[in-house]
Structure formats: C-alpha cells, structure tokens
Design a binder for this molecule. Sequence first.
Ligand code: ZN
Length: 375
Amino acid sequence: MLLNQKYEIYPSDEQREQLDRWISYCRQAYNSALLDKQRKYKQSKESYTRFAMQKQLKLDKSKIPFLKKIPSQPLQEVFIRLDKAFVYFFRKQANYPRLKKYKDYNSITFPQFGFKPNSHHRYAASFATNGNLQLSKLGQIPIHLHRPIDGTIKQLIIKRQGTRWYAFFSVERQVYPAPINRNLVIGIDVGLDKYAVLSDGRSFDNPRFLRQTEKKLKRAQKKLSQQKRGSANYKKQVIKIRKLHEKVANQRRDTLYKWSHNLTKYYSVIAVENLNIRNMVKNKHLAKSISDAGWGMFRNMLSYKCERNGGLLIRVNPEFTTQDCSECGTRVKKSLSIRTHICKSCGTILDRDHNASLNILRKGLEQLDQMVVMD
Ligand SMILES: [Zn+2]
C-alpha cells in the first residue's frame, strides 16, 4: 500500500512565490477542465476524458506562455485529481466536483520521483547530492529529513499549510494483514456534545488546549470586527488570526492523529457510519458540527491506519442508527433535542449517541459476517 511521509521544507521567499504560482496554475487547469467537461456533457452527453484534457493542455501551452514555466507532470496530474473527484462522486462518497477556490487547492503532485530507471536522467523532482530537494524549473529546497524515508518513493506532493511548506512522499510498503479478531471490535458515532462516542461507553472530547485556542480565535475575530478596516492594528490582527487558525488546525490534526492511532493499534475491526455528505446536509445543525470537527479527516486517518495495521474499517448504512433500540431493535423516534434513548419495549435507557454507536457496531458485525461468506 501507499503511505505518506511528511517533512517540512524551507523554500526561499522567491521559491515560495513561484510555488504559489504553480499551485495557482494547477488550480486554473483543474477548474477549466471541469468547466469544459460540464459544457461538453451538456452539449452532447460526450464524456471528456483525461486524455482529451491532456491534449487540450498541449494546445493551451502553445498559446499561454506561463504554462511552460511549470514542469509538465504536475500539471498533467491535475486531471488525475479531477478523475478521482468524479469517481468519489459516482461512488456517492463525495459531492459533485466544484470549482476550486484558492483555499481549497494547496498542493502540487510530482507523479514520479528520483531518476528514470536505467539512466542518469532525473525526473522533475529528485534529491540533489547534498540532500536538498531538487525541483526542475525551481532549484533546490532545503528539507528537514527528521526520520528516514521507509520504502520506495512513488510520488512527491508539495503542500502549503498555512505559512509553512511540506513535502509528502508517497512510499510503497508491503503490509501483511493480521487475522481479523472478532473480539476486538468497536463502533464509533459522531457525538453532538462529545466529539465521538464509542460502543463501549467511552467518549472522546476535544482536549482543553484545543478548546482554549478556539476560544482565543473567537475573541480575536470579535476584536477584528471592532477595528478599522485597513488600519495598522487591523492588519496586525489579521496576521494574529491566521496564526491562530493554523494553531487550531494543527492541534486538531494532532488530536485526531493520537485518537486514531490508539484505536487502530488496539482494535481489529472499527465500524463507523458511511456518512454520505448529502445526508448530512439535510440536517444543517449536524452538518456544521461534523464539518467543524474534521470528522472526514478522522475517518481518513482511521481508514489508512486500519489498513496499515492489518485491521478493518467498516462503513455502515447510517439509517436509523439513532432511532433504533440497540437492545431490542424497536424504533424509537427522537428529535435532535432529545439526548437520551428511552425504549418503552425493553426498558433500555442509554445516552443517545452511545445507543447509536452500539447500533453501528452491530451493523458492522453483520457486514463483517457477509464479507467472510463472500470470501
Ligand atoms: Zn428496546
């Protein structure tokens, strides 16, 4: 499987500007291919393939000189991203692909790395002999290799996160699946009060340091709204807010990383809801709390960490997981404001989210049984 290893890189101011421009070229290529695809489909139901997009790019390059200032592979990789966005959409795992805004597009991918096989020719991205990262048309960037790269490098992603830059190496590594242990199973539900509730009754809540940074951020935003737009203090406050945003994002990522690490280290099978985004949007209140808390990121981390440890992440149908009684199956309708599950049939009284996580676990085990039969 492919695993990502992340390292900080230190481009010069000039290189930062250039990387920013490259990302923006890629974003433009993505958006214009998406628009072309939509238009062609509307006009003639014709599907606009990746290869047709690449052909178009070649034509564009002869007319738009700046497209030649970026290595061609990362530019072509944009169409693979667009393809993937449509695959996820057709699998109902994502919304219909939208035009990317500046903040939604933060990376470029070099689909090949190092030297071409059996030759001295470098790909557009490689290591220089002094250990720096070497990108064609850009030069060398110092990199902090705080741990060795473990495996064969398949591709390199250069990513902007806040004011910092990172190199992600996708490396190929052999993973030996462990046998599934039915006794080490857990169901997880997205909580409304707590971050997540587990089927064994435990719950995860945002750590205090994260809540404190979030509070600071809110206060800073309020202060900004009282300042005069464009003044020196206003600009200072904008920078402060950007840094706090970054801090919140980092602290959240670290927290999710720790939780998913601990869960996947211990459990063999983890069941979560297959939250179709469209379902979530039906309930705006729920949708907001989920998107705010990075639930998608958490599930991704669980997914790849499960795979890496030889475990299994099962996505179950979210229908009625909140309503049904986890003890006897009776459907107990409840609005969002009702926080406790009370079953009149069997007398079960449980926290609403705990009841849901038990249902998620049960569904996960049912699905697991079917998978075994299918083998
Ligand atoms: Zn019941």
